[in-house]
Design a protein around this ligand. Structure first.
Ligand code: SF4
Length: 112
């Protein structure tokens, strides 16, 4: 017969908590990996055509004169998904993730 001591109960609770936590950690890391794997390459022809950069400080302001301070993917109307996240979707670049602090020449002020 198994002895059900307080120590055994705490051991089981600890193992159960870990079992619940591990899949959540794995899913979070999988999401990050997916975003990085699908990150829009600023050197790709589509990105270059619109002057996309992964950080607004890299905008060539002599070439892309529409750029104005404060414009980032995170406040662009065309951004999709969680715009407070580091990476997000974009209606201009389907299947790719753009950086929250990125920018391209198609930037449109986000409404609301
Ligand atoms: S359209 Fe908007 S969200 Fe998409 S890359 Fe350009 S600035 Fe970023």
């Amino acid at each position: 017969m198994t002895k059900c001591s307080r120590r055994n109960i705490f051991k089981l609770a600890g193992a159960g908590s870990l079992a619940l936590l591990l899949p959540a950690v794995a899913m979070k890391n999988a999401g990050t990996a997916w975003a990085q794997d699908n990150a829009l390459d600023p050197e790709s022809p589509q990105a270059k055509a619109l002057g996309y950069v992964a950080h607004f400080e890299d905008v060539d302001q002599a070439k892309w004169t529409r750029y104005q301070e404060g414009q980032i993917c995170g406040n662009c109307q065309l951004a999709q998904g969680d715009v407070s996240a580091d990476w997000m979707g974009c209606g201009i670049f389907p299947g790719k993730q753009v950086a929250r602090e990125g920018w391209c020449n198609a930037w449109v002020a986000r409404q609301g």
